[in-house]
Design a protein around this ligand. Structure first.
Ligand SMILES: CC(C)(COP(=O)(O)OP(=O)(O)OC[C@H]1O[C@@H](n2cnc3c(N)ncnc32)[C@H](O)[C@@H]1OP(=O)(O)O)[C@@H](O)C(=O)NCCC(=O)NCCS
Length: 227
């Protein structure tokens, strides 16, 4: 029997500084981002690593995990800040529904999705986690997947809040650590929205990458000081 958590009204104040909002653009990452993904995960502390991966991964295991990321099989989303630092990473993987015993009754679709997300401490409270989550959900809908699993402890109130804010019900048929969310089917609107988001984020990425490269080149010149 599924437990469905209902949204609570009395939420504590956001963890981040709402006055310094960054423009959040979610982009699909590729091989060229692998080094920055590694840097992002290594900067997470033990508690965040436990929340993200379900266990306290040490640096060596993080290095192995990142080296094994398969960009052709899974979809990895990222958010870059204005200095071309990766502040958020969302990892979406599709798997046969038999992977989770309860999903056989939860969905009629062949595949389910698994999602993990993390945001750097410096990027929190600015909508990065929410945007990564929304993008993963829209990607699932467009891929005809209606069930999204996450490792999400009942104590992870921020993540639970993000999921509920997106209008999703959280089911816990499978213990307290794993939750699944039921998604609506795709519509022409969701397909269009994802395509536009990716296009805008790609332009933004190219601009930041070129600026970064130009600053690097300039800073190698004698007498140049970065402002
Ligand atoms: C969970 C996580 C991804 C959130 O990232 P984020 O970028 O800070 O999230 P957002 O800014 O998009 O949203 C945070 C929301 O939680 C709310 N919030 C903050 N503290 C809260 C709390 N203690 N209880 C409930 N809600 C809280 C904020 O008000 C905000 O909601 P709003 O947009 O409606 O105002 C980030 O904290 C993280 O990386 N945690 C460690 C890894 C993890 O837990 N991953 C999830 C499991 S895979």
């Amino acid at each position: 029997m599924s437990t469905i958590e209902k949204p609570k009204q009395d939420l504590p104040a956001p963890a981040g500084d709402a006055t310094s909002k960054l423009t959040v653009r979610v982009k699909e990452l590729s091989e060229r981002d692998r080094r920055r993904i590694l840097r992002h995960f290594l900067a997470l502390d033990d508690e965040d690593r436990t929340l993200r991966f379900g266990m306290r991964l040490n640096d060596e295991l993080i290095v192995r995990y990142v080296s094994q990321l398969d960009f052709s099989r899974d979809t990895i989303f990222g958010v870059y800040d204005s200095k071309f630092k990766l502040v958020g990473v969302g990892h979406l993987a599709f798997a046969p529904r038999e992977t989770y015993p309860d999903s056989v009754s939860a969905t009629l679709k062949e595949r389910i999705a698994e999602f993990g997300v993390s945001v750097s401490v410096s990027g929190r409270g600015q909508g990065v986690g929410s945007k990564l989550f929304e993008r993963a959900a829209i990607h699932c809908r467009n891929a005809d997947v209606d069930t999204l699993y996450m490792h999400c402890l009942t104590s992870n109130r921020v993540m639970i809040h993000i999921a509920k804010k997106a209008g999703m019900e959280i089911h816990r048929d499978y213990g307290e650590a794993d939750a699944y969310l039921t998604l609506l089917p795709a519509s022409p609107g969701t397909v269009f929205k994802e395509a536009v988001q990716e296009q805008v984020a790609s332009l933004d990425y190219a601009l930041k990458a070129n600026t970064r490269a130009a600053v690097k080149w300039l800073s190698s010149l004698p007498g140049f000081k970065e402002g």
